[in-house]
Design a protein around this ligand. Structure first.
Ligand code: ZN
Ligand code: ZN
Length: 324
């Protein structure tokens, strides 16, 4: 069975699950077609990796809810003044601060409750989920406040509420951040026209400022893109530069892949900060690319990286998933 290993109480892990810009861009597709394509890929990966089947099943539930939430999301029109835009570019500020965005609380609330139902299937956290539901009903947990604090990355608030409700470490973060994520993805769609891919080259998202969850290589030239852990935007980055500490020493940047996975999946490591990122060579993959699905489908590479002494900055489901 799937075991969701939550960090110890008080720990504040990055908690996100994203769908990816390519995925978001399929605007011409109906929701049904998107779901079909996603399910097809999850089925294929499950077949290739039977040991990951449970965790992929959990991912399927979560992604399905997030996709279903997408059409109903309301976001404000965003206009960026040219002067401000130039200043932000020059100073390396992301286009927006997540906490300044108007959040569609109603859609986030609906998704939060649906994600609770997904988690309720897991016996390790089902009692925690019951306590969350009771807290919402009894007024001890205000979801609007929770979302605002999550957008502001107020870790102290999250820890305080988690302790008060006796919740396992990462649970509340997972729910809050994943409930908001489709909203940030919708904003990214509106804001991406303001980004110049050839000018940014930084290790954080040009739109929302978040860290990358994965990287991908695109085309014959293998251009590298980092994938935002929050809004799903993908931006250009150097091939041999650490996306976390920005170390540029070529010797300190190594990668490995397994014979079984082939060259489509590689683990890129930084000898300086000892962190790593998984990179998918989409030319080698030769399949529709769903970042979250490929990420969860290659969790065995995370186990290898961990054994080699590297740490992961942002986890795929916002949760440390083991027992794979
Ligand atoms: Zn972003
Ligand atoms: Zn580094």
């Amino acid at each position: 069975m799937l075991t969701v290993v939550l960090p110890p109480g008080g720990a504040v892990p990055p908690l996100r699950l994203q769908i990816g810009e390519k995925y978001m861009n399929k605007d011409d597709q109906t929701l049904e077609a998107e779901l079909d394509e996603m399910n097809e890929r999850i089925d294929a990966v499950s077949q290739e990796r039977p040991s990951h089947k449970e965790v992929l099943g959990f991912l399927r539930d979560v992604l399905t809810e997030k996709l279903k939430a997408k059409p109903g999301i309301q976001v404000d029109a965003v206009h960026m003044d040219e002067k401000l835009l130039q200043l932000k570019k020059k100073e390396g500020f992301s286009l927006v601060n997540k906490k300044d965005l108007n959040l569609d609380i109603s859609s986030a609330t609906t998704l939060f409750k649906r994600l609770c139902e997904c988690l309720r299937q897991n016996e390790r956290v089902s009692e925690d989920v019951d306590r969350i539901s009771q807290a919402i009903e009894g007024g001890a947990l205000d979801l609007t406040e929770l979302f605002e604090k999550a957008a502001a990355e107020d870790r102290a608030y999250m820890v305080e509420v988690s302790v008060k409700l006796k919740l396992q470490g990462g649970l509340l973060f997972f729910l809050a951040e994943n409930s908001l994520q489709p909203i940030f993805e919708a904003y990214a769609q509106k804001l991406k026209e303001y980004v110049d891919q050839e000018e940014w080259w930084r290790s954080y998202c040009p739109i929302c400022g978040s860290k990358p969850v994965m990287a991908e290589l695109i085309g014959h030239e293998r251009k590298k893109f980092l994938i935002c852990s929050c809004c799903g935007y993908e931006w250009r980055f150097m091939r041999t530069k650490c996306p976390f500490c920005e170390n540029e020493e070529r010797r300190a940047f190594k990668y490995f892949f397994t014979e079984e996975d082939g060259k489509a999946f590689r683990v890129e490591t930084c000898q300086k900060c000892k962190r790593y990122i998984k990179t998918v060579d989409t030319e080698e993959l030769d399949e529709a690319f769903f970042p979250s699905v490929e990420d969860v489908g290659s969790l065995h590479l995370d186990v290898l990286a961990k054994k080699e002494g590297y740490t992961r900055e942002v986890h795929p489901l916002g949760l440390d998933l083991e027992d794979i």
